[in-house]
Design a protein around this ligand. Sequence first.
Ligand code: FAD
Length: 436
Amino acid sequence: MQKKQNTTGLIWFRNNLRTQDNTSIQKAIQNHDKIIAIYFFDPKYFKEDEFGFQKTAKFRAQFLLETITDLKQQLEELNITLLTFFDAPENQLLNITETYKVDTIYTQKEWTKEELDTNHLVLKTMSDTVNFVEDYDQFLYHPETVSNNFSNIPNVFTQFRKKLEKYVKIQEEVSIDKLEDSNLIPNPTEIPSLIELGFNDFVMPKKSAFPFKGGETAALQRLNYYLFESNKVGFYKKTRNGLVGIDYSTKFSPWLANGSLSARTIYYQIKKYEAEFGSNQSTYWVIFELIWRDYFKYISLKYGDEIFKIGGILERNYQWNVDKNCIQDWINGNTKDDFVNANMIELKETGWMSNRGRQNVASYFAKELLQDWRIGAAYFESLLLDYDVHSNYGNWMYVAGVGNDPRDRKFNTQLQAERYDANHKFRKLWLVKTLF
Ligand code: FAD
């Protein structure tokens, strides 16, 4: 394909914060002889939500800053300059396209409400001489290969997974070529500090189960460690319900959530591992879980804003309570249940909670305390390092009985504690206060 002469392609980074396997970068390089990149720390993601939680709390803010710092370096290696703004895209993009003679904006395709609102605001400011090229780049199974009518996506995960595994091929990763260094431009912008974003500096507790940094470099190191250095992937199915330590599960989720790691990259690295060391149930099970991740994205494509509504995708008319003291006790780890409390304290102190923990505290919130599940989901949205709109709201609906669980279970948190924390190691870690 012929490159357009004297035009600039602008890569607008959103939740695709990586340089490997990135369709927007690949397309921009194919089409233009000049390329720049941009990222917005949009103030709307740092404001309070309707329930009074800050939409992004300090843990994910710090992780995002580390991610963008790394992205800037990785792009520099490709001779692409990353401009960064602590401002809304709709306030800046018009000016940027005029200053740098941008012809086309390349970005990841998003479909949830807040992202679409931003798109509309941006498009309103922009002349129609600027093209928008949006690509789904957050999936394992690309939507183009799965469905041209998302209303046909099955509501039961197993049906969805079996069909995909049988009929759909996972696309290859895209490759990216380096540009000439003449593509670099002077950069008048700087990445804001945590304090500028409105937070105090903090130190992550040493006992955090997620002591890693944000960014593609750290993500690829973790991937390599979990597969090839430690062989942990070969035991994943036996350890994945763990609660203590860094290796019981992959811990890929925070990088996957902001796109600094691609699900396809994980898939092809697992295939490479299997070719060298053999496949087993555990190596498959990581892929199985990535299909769950895809599934919640397809459910949100199918149902749109329904995933945020109190009745969920099932439009259930349950009675929910909003008892502020009860909710605060859950948040602070002051309920009658010590297993729930330990998990909630872990989340509050580190921004991390295991999958086993999440299922229990969410079930307790929705089915024992009978509180409006959307408030629990909003609290998770604020605190979680790996917050992902589709996985969070999809899982919360599932646990609250307004989503995809065909069995509509309630977790017995006491039995769960006996089963997964028989020796109290996890509860001691988070409940026992030390003096020094
Ligand atoms: P692993 O066990 O190593 O799994 C590998 C990958 O598979 C994960 O990184 C993740 O991308 C995917 N995955 C695993 N389990 C699930 C699942 N149940 N749903 C979707 N994808 C899954 N995950 C998020 O990424 N962001 C969220 O905001 C989020 N909110 C959740 C809220 C609730 C109430 C519950 C019950 C689960 C939530 N999860 C969420 C799913 C799951 O708990 C995390 O993905 C997982 O704990 C992350 O740890 P890991 O990377 O070590 O996972």
